[in-house]
Design a binder for this molecule. Structure first.
Ligand code: ADP
Length: 375
C-alpha cells in the first residue's frame, strides 16, 4: 500500500532484464508510484530528458552503456544532477558498491531483490527528495521576502532623501540670510529662527517616523501589558481637544462606562488613536465634527474614528496605508505631512493581530475602523 504521507512519485527503472523490470514495476505501482521503464543506458538518458523522474533505480551491468556510465552522465549535467540514483546490483563486491557511490549513486539494492528492502530504500530516498524540495521552497520564499524588503528599503530611502531635501534647503537658505543680515534687519531674527525651527521639526518628524516604521515592521519593540483600552482612547481624545478647538472642530467621544482590559502596548495604541484623531482634525474643514467611539462585541473591540471632512477618493483608498502615500487632491496637499502616519498605524495594529480599514466619501467624510481581538 502507498504511504499516505508521500505523494505519488515518478520513478524510472533501468534494467536490461525484462523480468526484473516487470517485478519492480509491479511492486512500486502497487506502492502508488508512477513508474517508467528503460532497458538500456541510452533509453534511460532519453527518458530522463523527456520527463525527469524523482528517483532512478539503475542496474549496473547492462550491455553497451553500463549503470556507472549512465550515472556519471546524469551527474555531469545540471538538469539531472540532483535526481537520486539507487543502483541495482548483482555484484556484492565492496569494490563495485564503492564505485557506485563514487560515480554519484545514493544507495544500492542487491539482487535477488528483497521486496521490503526495495520499498524501504525507495521510500527513504523519496522522503529525502520531498524534504529537499520543501527546504528549497522555504529558501525561495525567504528570498522573495528579502527581495521585497530590499525593494521597500530602497524606495523608502529614495523617498525620504527626497523629502528631507526641502526642509534642509530651507535651513541652508535661512542660515545664509542670517549671515548676510544687516544691523537694521535684526527685527527679522525671530522670523528666521521660526523658519529654521519649522524645517528642523519637519526633518525630525520624518526621521523619527521612518525609524518607528522600520522598528514596527520588524515588530520586536512592543511592550505588551494588560491595559484598559477605554482609558487610552479617552486620553488620546483629551490630548487632541486643544488642536480641535484651534481648528474650530467639535471633537466628541462615546465609550462604555466600564474598563476593557486588553493585552496591548498602551503607548503604541495611544499613538494609533492620536494619529487617526489628528488626521481627522487635519483633513476636516473648520466647523466640522470628529467623533471617536469604542464598543465591544463578538470577541472584538471596535474603535471608530469618524469625521465629516474632506473624504478620500475611492482610487486612493487601497494605497492609503502604504508608506509615503498621500492623496494627490489639492485640498489634501495643502496640509503638511509625510505620508508615513497611516503606515505606522497599520503596522502597530497588525502587530496586535488586529485589522484596520477605512470607509470614505468625498466631501462627506471618512471613518477609520479598528478591530482588536479581546484575547
Ligand atoms: P500624512 O502625513 O500625509 O497625513 P498619513 O499616512 O497619516 O500621512 O495619511 C495619508 C494620506 O491619507 C494623507 O495624506 C491624507 O490625504 C489621507 N488621509 C488620512 N486621514 C484622512 C482623513 N481622516 N480624511 C481625509 N484624508 C485622510
Amino acid at each position: 500500500m502507498a504511504q499516505a504521507n508521500i505523494k505519488a512519485s515518478r520513478i524510472l527503472i533501468v534494467d536490461d532484464i525484462l523480468d526484473n523490470l516487470n517485478m519492480l514495476t509491479d511492486l512500486l505501482v502497487e506502492e502508488g508510484h508512477e513508474v517508467k521503464m528503460a532497458m538500456s543506458g541510452k533509453e534511460a538518458l532519453k527518458a530522463v530528458k523527456e520527463t525527469p523522474p524523482d528517483l532512478i533505480l539503475l542496474d549496473i551491468q547492462m550491455p553497451g552503456m553500463d549503470g556507472y556510465e549512465v550515472c556519471e552522465t546524469l551527474k555531469s549535467q545540471k538538469e539531472t544532477r540532483d535526481i537520486p540514483v539507487i543502483f541495482l546490483s548483482a555484484l556484492n563486491e565492496t569494490r563495485d558498491i564503492l564505485r557506485g557511490f563514487e560515480v554519484g549513486g545514493i544507495d544500492y539494492v542487491s539482487k535477488p531483490f528483497q521486496f521490503r528492502e526495495v520499498v524501504a530504500r525507495v521510500q527513504g530516498q523519496l522522503n529525502q527528495v520531498q524534504q529537499r524540495r520543501e527546504i528549497a521552497a522555504l529558501h525561495e520564499k525567504d528570498r522573495q521576502q528579502f527581495d521585497q524588503l530590499s525593494k521597500m528599503r530602497e524606495q523608502y530611502m529614495r523617498q525620504s532623501v527626497h523629502d528631507l531635501k526641502n526642509p534642509l534647503t530651507g535651513v541652508m537658505l535661512y542660515s545664509q540670510t542670517l549671515r548676510m543680515l544687516e544691523e537694521n534687519e535684526f527685527h527679522k531674527l525671530p522670523e528666521i529662527a521660526d523658519g529654521i525651527e519649522v524645517s528642523a521639526r519637519k526633518m525630525h518628524r520624518l526621521i523619527t517616523d521612518l525609524l518607528d516604521l522600520a522598528q514596527m515592521q520588524i515588530g520586536d519593540n512592543l511592550s505588551i501589558f494588560a491595559t484598559d483600552i477605554v482609558a487610552i482612547l479617552k486620553k488620546s481624545v483629551k490630548s487632541n481637544l486643544i488642536l480641535a478647538q484651534d481648528e474650530s472642530i467639535e471633537l466628541t467621544l462615546a465609550i462604555p462606562d466600564e474598563k476593557i482590559i486588553l493585552q496591548i502596548d498602551g503607548h503604541q495604541m495611544e499613538r494609533v488613536f492620536d494619529n487617526l484623531i489628528s488626521n481627522a482634525i487635519k483633513y476636516t474643514l473648520a466647523g466640522g465634527k470628529v467623533h471617536a467611539s469604542l464598543k465591544q462585541y463578538n470577541g472584538y473591540v471596535e474603535i471608530l474614528i469618524e469625521d465629516n471632512g474632506l473624504g478620500i477618493p475611492e482610487d486612493d483608498i487601497p494605497h492609503l496605508f502604504e508608506a509615503f502615500y498621500r492623496v494627490k487632491k489639492p485640498s489634501h496637499k495643502t496640509k503638511t505631512g509625510s505620508g508615513l502616519g497611516l503606515s505606522i498605524v497599520e503596522a502597530i495594529i497588525h502587530q496586535h493581530n488586529g485589522k484596520i480599514s477605512v470607509e470614505s466619501a468625498i466631501d462627506i467624510g471618512s471613518t477609520f475602523i479598528i478591530h482588536l481581538p479581546c484575547t
